[in-house]
Ligand binder design. Structure first.
Ligand SMILES: Cc1cc2nc3c(=O)[nH]c(=O)nc-3n(C[C@H](O)[C@H](O)[C@H](O)COP(=O)(O)OP(=O)(O)OC[C@H]3O[C@@H](n4cnc5c(N)ncnc54)[C@H](O)[C@@H]3O)c2cc1C
Ligand code: HEM
Length: 446
C-alpha cells in the first residue's frame, strides 16, 4: 500500500488542532460548514430531488470554534449512540441526505451517475462505517486513505467535503432525535473533519505520483461463451498494478458508473491489460462490456486496488479458488509465481456451474503442462464433467488438510464466504487467506 501522510498519522493529527477547519490539497484552509462562494451562488442545473417536506430543513451550520479537538474514545461513544438510533431508518436518512446535498449544492449532482438507485447508500454507509471505526486509528486510516485515493476518479475536490459534511449533520439532526445533543453534534463534526482530512491528504499525496484515471483503448474483444468476454485494452500510460489486483472501469455508455474488474494477467512487457467479464442479467456495465464494446472503444480505468497479491518472501504453497470469472486474477497469480522463478506449490480449484462455463480451462491446462508446481482441478456444480462435481468449497475440503498453504479466493461473494469457511476448517488461519473485496472494508490496503 502506498504510504501517505495520513497513513502514518492519527485522525486527530490529520485533522489539525481545530476540528472545524481543515487543509485543502494545496495547503490552504477550509471551514467545512461554509461551501465555496462559487457553489453557494450556483443556479440549480436540471431537476433536483426535493428533500422530504415533513419538517423544514435545518439551517446550514456555522462553524463553532468550541467544537475542539477530536477525542476518539469519548466521541466514539456519542457517535455510536446516534448510529444505533438511525440504523433501522438508514434508507430514509440516506434519501434525505442526498436530496439535501443536491438541492443545496446542485453542481455536485454532476459528479454522480444519472441513476443512483443501486448504490446511493454507499457513500453514506462509508461515513457510518468510518464513524464506527473512529477509535481504531490504523484500520480507519487505511480504509479512508484508500477511499480518498479512489475518489479522485469521481472528480471530488477538497472544497466538496464541507458540503457533504453540512448535509450529513443536517440529516442526522433531523432523524437522530433521541440521541442528538450539542455534544453529539460536536463529536460528529470533529469525526467528519478528521475523516475528510485523511481522505483529502491521501488524494493529495496520490496526485503527486499518479493520474486520477487512465484511458484505455479496447484492442481485442473475444466472446468465450454467450455471456463471457475476454477484453484486452491498451492504457494511455503505464498502469502500475500487481498480479491479483482489480481496476474500476467506466464505459462510454454509462458515464460515471464505475464497476470493479480483476486484471487477468500479471504486468506485461507490452503494457496491455486483460479483463474477463461476465454479463449479469440487466447488468449495466458488464452488459456493455460484453455485448457492446468493440476494438477502438475507449474505457476509463481507476487506480488498481486489492490485496489478493503474492508475498514472494514466503515459501508456503498457494491454494487458489476461482469461481466463474474469478479465475481471472488466479491466472494472473500463476503468471506472477512463474515469473519469480521459485517453484512454490500452487493448487488451483476452478469452479463453474457446468463444464461449458469453464471458459478458460484450456488456458489453465496449458499453464499446468508448462509448470510442474501447478495443479488445476475443474469443479462443476452440475455434471457431466471430466473433473470434480459439487460445490467448490466441498471439493477443496476433500483434498485437505492445507496447513502449509496460503489461501486465495476470487468469485461471487457467496462462494468467497463459504470458501473462507472451508479453508479455515482445512487448517489455514484466516490471516493467511486473501480474497477480493466483499465490501469497502475488505479493500483496505489496496
Ligand atoms: C473486487 C471485485 C472484482 C470483480 N471482478 C470481476 C471480474 O473480473 N469479472 C466480472 O465479470 N465481474 C467482476 N466483478 C463484479 C463487477 O464489479 C460487477 O459487479 C458486475 O459486472 C455487475 O455490474 P453491472 O453494472 O453489469 O450490474 P449492475 O447494474 O450493478 O446490476 C444489475 C443487476 O444484476 C444484479 N447482479 C450484480 N452482480 C451480479 C452477479 N454477479 N450475478 C447475478 N446478478 C448480479 C444486481 O443485483 C442488479 O439487480 C468484481 C467485483 C468486485 C467487487
Ligand atoms: C468523508 C467523506 C466521504 C466518504 C466517506 C465517501 C464515501 C464513498 C463511498 C464508499 C463511495 C462508493 C464507491 C467507492 O468506494 O468509491 C462513494 C462514492 C462516491 N462519492 Fe464519496 N465519500 C465522501 C465524500 C465525498 C465527497 C465530498 C464527494 C463529492 C461530492 C463524493 C462523491 C462521490 C461520488 C461521485 C461517488 C460515486 C457514486 C456512485 O458511483 O454512485 N464523496 N463515496
Amino acid at each position: 500500500m502506498a504510504t501517505t501522510s495520513a497513513d502514518n498519522g492519527t485522525p486527530q493529527g490529520a485533522a489539525g488542532g481545530t476540528a472545524a477547519v481543515g487543509r485543502d490539497a494545496g495547503g490552504g484552509e477550509w471551514n467545512w460548514f461554509t461551501p465555496p462562494a462559487e457553489e453557494r451562488a450556483a443556479p440549480p442545473s436540471g431537476p433536483a430531488p426535493s428533500p422530504p417536506a415533513a419538517r423544514p430543513a435545518p439551517e446550514p451550520f456555522v462553524a463553532n470554534p468550541d467544537y475542539g479537538r477530536f477525542d476518539p474514545e469519548s466521541d466514539a461513544l456519542l457517535i455510536r449512540r446516534t448510529l444505533e438510533e438511525i440504523e433501522p431508518i438508514s434508507q430514509a436518512v440516506t434519501s434525505y441526505f442526498y436530496a439535501l446535498l443536491f438541492v443545496r449544492h446542485p453542481r455536485l449532482r454532476e459528479l454522480f451517475p444519472a441513476s443512483m438507485d443501486a448504490q446511493r447508500d454507499r457513500l453514506f454507509k462509508a461515513l457510518l462505517t468510518s464513524a464506527k471505526l473512529i477509535d481504531d486509528t490504523r484500520v480507519l486510516t487505511q480504509y479512508l486513505s484508500h477511499l480518498g485515493r479512489g475518489h479522485r476518479k469521481y472528480g471530488t475536490r477538497p472544497e466538496h467535503y464541507p458540503a457533504v459534511g453540512e448535509c450529513l449533520i443536517a440529516a442526522l439532526t433531523r432523524y437522530a432525535t433521541r440521541t442528538w445533543s450539542e455534544e453529539a453534534e460536536a463529536a460528529w463534526v470533529r469525526a467528519y473533519t478528521a475523516i475528510s482530512q485523511i481522505m483529502i491528504d491521501a488524494a493529495a499525496e496520490d496526485e503527486r505520483r499518479a493520474p486520477a484515471w487512465w484511458q484505455a483503448e479496447v484492442v481485442s474483444h473475444e466472446m468465450r461463451t454467450s455471456d463471457i468476454a475476454v477484453i484486452t485494452v491498451r492504457p494511455d500510460r503505464p498502469y502500475p498494478f500487481l498480479a491479483g489486483q482489480y481496476a474500476s472501469v467506466e464505459t462510454p455508455w454509462w458515464p460515471r458508473v464505475w464497476r470493479n474488474y480483476s486484471l487477468a494477467c500479471a504486468p506485461r512487457t507490452d503494457g496491455l491489460l486483460v479483463f474477463h467479464v461476465k454479463a449479469v442479467p440487466a447488468g449495466w456495465v458488464s452488459g456493455a462490456l460484453v455485448h457492446r464494446a468493440r476494438p477502438g472503444d475507449v474505457l476509463r480505468l481507476g487506480a488498481p486496488a486489492g490485496t489478493m497479491t503474492v508475498d514472494h518472501s514466503r515459501d508456503n504453497g498457494l491454494l487458489c479458488l476461482g469461481g466463474s470469472t474469478g479465475i481471472a486474477p488466479i491466472k494472473a497469480l500463476v503468471e506472477d509465481v512463474a515469473r519469480h522463478g521459485r517453484a512454490r506449490r500452487m493448487e488451483v480449484f476452478y469452479g463453474a456451474r457446468s463444464a461449458h462455463d469453464l471458459y478458460d480451462l484450456d488456458t489453465m491446462r496449458e499453464l499446468e503442462r508448462r509448470h510442474t508446481w501447478l495443479s488445476v482441478r475443474p469443479v462443476v456444480s452440475e455434471g457431466p464433467s471430466d473433473g470434480l462435481v459439487g460445490q467448490l468449497p466441498d471439493a477443496v475440503r476433500r483434498y485437505g488438510p492445507w496447513h502449509a498453504y496460503d489461501g486465495y479466493l476470487s468469485g461471487p461473494p457467496g462462494m468467497i464466504r463459504s470458501g473462507v469457511d472451508a479453508l479455515v476448517g482445512s487448517g489455514i488461519p484466516s490471516h493467511r487467506i486473501r480474497h477480493d473485496s466483499l465490501d469497502g472494508l475488505a479493500a483496505v490496503g489496496g
